[in-house]
Design a protein around this ligand. Structure first.
Ligand SMILES: Cc1ncc(COP(=O)(O)O)c(C=O)c1O
Length: 322
């Protein structure tokens, strides 16, 4: 990974004493919301380290990506591109809003070029992204295009590394996890974790809580990332999620992407008030709602140890009012 490898990758792993006492389970958190220097880039940092290294290797001078108005991925891509001397262009779905808040406000502070495509589906967003790439190519720039969420095999390798990092930290702290909970959006994060867990031959059960896609659709995305990531490691296996200890859920989404849910807001208040840790309403609060539900339903048994992977997203929280 050349120049990007120099960056400090570790995020803290720690026990959550007060939440554990309340829920009567041993609960730990991996803090990718607290992974360093660049504008709270959360889980995107690990994927983007691979993707932006590839951009530089391919001689790009511009990075173009897409997402919704309040996309963490788009803002994180812009932040990391700036630090590498690349020009970020964001092709956001929907239309220009009257007021700026959350990630969109941060894009404004960073002086990023934002184009509103009017797109509402993932397919339309992809089309708008490619059109913009053609446009800037015609203007003489050398763009590198990153699809929704930076979720492809290459990006997922960042989370294979992350699983290795977790294993080292867990060994130091003498803890083994029976369950791992994480949010799943475009699927790249959890795909990397699943592959990392598989390569370690761990029996940890991984629960992915979808933030917008139906279970069948997120499954397709995760398997596609898994297969691509494996082939980048010259691994011919085509892992099937049905044969792995992986559980995917779409029932914590509520009304839809970005809409707060009661369970999510309960989780958000609980973590903030008992551990002084902020979740975001779009991803991590819903994932934590899933984790709490598993515990309350005793699917997670009393002696079992839980890891919650915090994937960041804090700036997105400042796009809603209380
Ligand atoms: C804060 C946060 N958590 C989780 C996710 C989901 O990650 P992935 O898209 O890799 O599934 C995202 C992605 O958009 C995110 O911004």
């Amino acid at each position: 990974m050349s120049m990007m490898q120099e960056r400090q990758m570790e995020s803290p792993l720690h026990f959550l004493p007060r939440l554990s006492a309340i829920l009567d389970r041993e609960i730990w958190m991996k803090r990718d919301d607290a992974n360093g220097d660049i504008l709270t880039v959360g889980n995107k940092k690990r994927k983007l380290q691979y993707l932006l290294t590839d951009a530089i290797r391919n001689g790009a001078d511009t990075v173009i990506t897409t997402g919704g108005l309040n996309s963490n991925h788009a803002r994180a891509t812009a932040a990391m591109a700036i630090q590498l001397g690349l020009k970020p262009i964001l092709v956001l779905g929907g239309h220009k809003p009257e007021n700026k808040s959350g990630n969109y406000l941060l894009n404004h502070y960073m002086g990023v070029d934002v184009v509103f495509s009017g797109a509402s589906t993932q397919k339309e967003m992809g089309q708008a992204l490619n059109q913009q790439a053609e446009k800037v190519k015609a203007e003489g720039l050398r763009p590198y295009v990153i699809g929704v969420g930076g979720s492809n095999g290459l990006g997922s390798l960042g989370y294979v590394d992350a699983y290795y990092e977790l294993k080292e930290q867990a060994a130091e702290k003498r803890v083994q996890f029976d369950w791992l909970f994480a949010s799943a959006g475009s699927g790249g994060t959890i795909a990397g974790l699943i592959y990392g867990c598989y390569l370690h031959k761990d029996a940890t059960r991984i629960v992915g809580v979808s933030s917008w896609l139906k279970t069948a659709d997120i499954k397709i995305q995760i398997e596609s990332c898994l297969h691509e990531a494996a082939s980048l490691k010259d691994d011919e296996r085509k892992l099937q999620l049905d044969h792995l200890p992986v559980y995917l859920h779409d029932e914590y989404i509520g009304e839809g992407y970005g809409y707060p849910t009661d369970g999510g807001m309960e989780a958000l208040h609980l973590l903030a008030s008992k551990e002084a840790i902020l979740l975001d309403h779009v991803y991590t609060a819903k994932a934590m709602a899933g984790c709490i539900d598993y515990i309350r339903k005793e699917i997670v048994k009393p002696a079992e140890k839980v890891l919650f992977w915090h994937t960041g997203g804090t700036p997105g929280l400042f796009a809603i009012s209380g």
